[in-house]
Design a protein around this ligand. Structure first.
Ligand code: SF4
Length: 294
């Protein structure tokens, strides 16, 4: 694996609105999971050769230095722009070692991934959860494995991700699903949405955070359309006609699907609003005045 220079690894977020995280941490750059809709391929991020995973040089030493400095308590989020449980993590264990530091310096953690490799670190997540808020978000956009292997070809199928959630939930760690994006014309149907919620309920998840639609930017669009041509012939034309160069591409069916999604979540006691999710996993750890900021 190639290592790239870095000065800081843990950066402060603009606000606490995304799962209440005060910090972001990206140990890796690039991702090999090959999701056809990946936003991180967009030109604005300027990540060359996105499919090749690189790691930040001396990542653990930098994280250690930052966390033992006076940056203030908070939840550290990881999993934006690259997956912390990419295939190389199995060998290099950089995410695992970073979790040890997060535990040692008493920070909270919010992890987003699509890989069931995260179950390897349930022991550390449980340790962190004893002293600080801990939340695991696993992205699932397709209820069935056949479709998930088409839209997310480089990572384990949805069934393995549901299994991972079950294990994490059984370990007492707050967890749920990032149900986003729900691709228009492909995943925006009742069967898929209801199927995800019901399987989530069987796994004991605490929340599902949805987006019924997707966003498309320059760079991402070209890759996505190329994959549509390969895997869903004829759909590119529908996207072009419907969305043209639009950034927010909301499904036409959102008005029909949203109440169905909400009713299913309520039926199983699954949270779906961001403030409720943040409050549920952070209460008991942070002061009430901090929670009221959300
Ligand atoms: S896992 Fe995330 S970063 Fe990796 S390809 Fe998929 S969407 Fe992009």
């Amino acid at each position: 694996m190639e290592f790239i220079p870095a000065k800081t690894l843990v950066t402060r977020t603009k606000d606490l609105s995304w799962f209440g995280a005060r910090y972001n941490m990206n140990i890796y750059k690039g991702c090999s999971h090959g999701c056809i809709y990946c936003d991180s391929r967009s030109n604005c991020y300027q990540i060359e050769d996105f499919g090749t995973i690189r790691a930040k040089q001396d990542a653990l030493a930098i994280i250690r230095k930052q966390l033992r400095g006076r940056i203030g308590a908070g939840v550290i989020s990881t999993g934006a722009m690259s997956d912390p449980y990419n295939p190389l993590e199995k060998e290099y264990e950089l995410t695992r070692e970073a979790l040890k530091l997060i535990d040692r310096y008493h920070f909270g953690v919010a992890i987003a991934t699509k890989s069931d490799l995260i179950t390897r670190d349930i022991d550390l997540l449980s340790k962190i959860n004893k002293h600080s808020p801990t939340i695991v978000k696993i992205t699932i956009t397709a209820c069935n494995d056949k479709l998930s292997k088409i839209v997310e070809p480089g990572v384990c199928p949805s069934s393995k991700r549901f299994e991972a959630l079950k294990k994490i939930s059984e370990a007492g760690i707050f967890c749920g699903i990032l149900m986003m994006p729900i691709l228009p014309f492909i995943e925006d149907n009742e069967e898929n949405i209801v199927g995800i919620v019901r399987k989530a309920a069987e796994c004991g998840v605490n929340f599902i955070y949805p987006a019924i639609g997707m966003t498309i930017r320059e760079g991402q669009r070209e890759y996505f359309y190329q994959k549509l041509d390969e895997k869903f012939p004829g759909l590119r034309e529908k996207y072009e006609k419907k969305f043209n160069l639009r950034y927010r591409c909301t499904s036409d069916k959102v008005r029909k699907l949203w109440p169905i999604f909400v009713a299913e979540c309520k039926r199983y006691g699954i949270l779906y609003n961001m403030p409720d999710i943040i409050k549920a996993y952070q209460s008991g750890f942070w002061q009430e005045e901090q929670l009221s900021l959300f």
